[in-house]
Design a protein around this ligand. Structure first.
Ligand code: SAM
Length: 289
C-alpha cells in the first residue's frame, strides 16, 4: 500500500462531527484523510456497525462504534452531539457518502444548531459516479433517490419528474429495475438513459439506450447488484397530438381524481394545465353521455 499521506502524520483531530464518505465497492477509493479520520475518531456513528467494522479491520484499527439512523432514538442523537462538542465523532454509512439516501441529515441539522464543528470528507457517491459514466449532460442534474415501491406512488413521482429540464439520477435495485424502467418510459416518453451497475466493483457495467430498450433488456433477467439509472432531460419534442392526450387522460382518470389526472398528464406531456383540464372535462362529459 502507498504511504498514507500527510493526514496520517497530523496530530489528534479537533472536536466535531466528521462526515466520512467510504467506498461504494473498491476499498482503494477510501481516501487517506478518511482513513486517518476514522482511525483517530473517539467514536464512529455507523449506519451498521458490522459493515463499518469490516472497513476498520481493513485499516487495522479498533475504534468504538455506535449504531446511528435518522430514526434512532432522540437520546442517541443528543448523546452524539454532546460528544461532538468535546471530541471527534465520525459518521459513516454502509457505503458512499452519508446523508445521500443514507442516515445523517437529522444529526447534521441538530449538530449545526448546537454549534458543533462540522467537517465533511468528500468521497465516493454512486449518484455522481453514475452521472460521470452515463454520457448524459452533466451541467444540470437532479438526484431523486429511490422511486416509491408502490405502482401508484411511483407513477405520481414520475409525472412530477417528467418535465424537469435536467438529467435525472435515480437509485434502484435489481429486482425492481425492469418495472421502474417501463414505468419511466410510459411516464416520460422514450428518452435516452443509462443503467450503471456495480460501479467500482469487479462486474461494473454501464448500459445505455432508450428507456424502452433498457426495460426490455432487463425484463428478461433481473440483474444482480447495485444500480443507478440516469435519464436524459426532456427534448424539445413537438407537442403531443390529441390522441395521445386523450389516451393519457383516460388512463389517468380511470385510476385517480380529475385534479390528480390533470396534474399528472399536464406534467408528463408538458402541456398547460388549463388546456388539459378543459379536455378532461369534455372526456368526462362524453363518458357520462
Ligand atoms: N450513500 C450512498 C452513496 O453515496 O452513493 C447511497 C446509499 S443508497 C442506500 C444505496 C444505493 O446506491 C443502491 O441501492 C444503489 O442504487 C446505489 N449504489 C451504491 N453503490 C453502488 C455501486 N457500486 N454501483 C451502483 N450503484 C450503487
Amino acid at each position: 500500500m502507498n504511504p498514507p499521506g500527510p493526514y496520517f502524520e497530523s496530530a489528534g483531530l479537533t472536536p466535531g462531527l466528521y462526515i466520512v464518505a467510504t467506498p461504494i465497492g473498491n476499498l482503494g477509493d477510501l481516501s487517506p484523510r478518511a482513513a486517518a479520520t476514522l482511525a483517530r475518531a473517539a467514536v464512529i456513528a455507523a449506519e451498521d456497525t458490522r459493515v463499518t467494522a469490516k472497513l476498520l479491520h481493513h485499516l487495522g484499527v479498533r475504534v468504538p462504534m455506535l449504531a446511528y439512523h435518522d430514526h434512532s432514538d432522540d437520546s442517541v442523537r443528543r448523546g452524539l452531539i454532546a460528544r461532538a462538542l468535546v471530541e471527534p465523532v465520525a459518521l459513516t454509512s454502509d457505503a458512499g457518502t452519508p446523508l445521500i439516501s443514507d442516515p445523517g441529515f437529522k444529526l447534521v441539522r441538530d449538530a449545526r444548531a448546537a454549534g458543533v464543528n462540522i467537517v465533511t470528507l468528500p468521497g465516493p457517491c454512486a449518484a455522481i459516479a453514475a452521472l460521470t459514466l452515463s454520457g448524459l449532460p452533466t451541467d444540470r442534474f437532479l438526484f431523486a433517490g429511490f422511486l416509491p415501491a408502490k405502482a401508484g406512488a411511483r407513477t405520481t413521482a414520475i409525472a412530477e419528474l417528467a418535465s424537469i429540464r435536467a438529467t435525472l439520477v435515480l437509485y434502484e435495485s435489481g429486482p425492481r429495475l425492469a418495472a421502474s424502467l417501463a414505468a419511466l418510459a410510459a411516464g416520460m416518453g422514450n428518452r435516452e438513459a443509462a443503467v450503471a451497475r456495480e460501479i467500482s466493483k469487479r462486474f461494473e457495467e454501464c448500459v445505455t439506450g432508450t428507456l424502452s430498450d433498457l426495460a426490455a433488456r432487463y425484463a428478461e433477467a433481473a440483474p444482480r447488484g447495485e444500480i443507478v439509472i440516469t435519464i436524459a432531460p426532456p427534448g424539445e419534442a413537438p407537442p403531443p397530438d390529441a390522441e395521445t392526450l386523450d389516451e393519457a387522460l383516460r388512463t389517468a382518470l380511470s385510476r385517480t381524481s380529475l385534479k390528480s389526472a390533470v396534474a399528472e398528464v399536464s406534467s408528463a406531456l408538458g402541456l398547460p394545465r388549463s388546456d388539459v383540464y378543459a379536455r378532461a372535462l369534455e372526456l368526462k362529459a362524453d363518458a357520462g353521455a
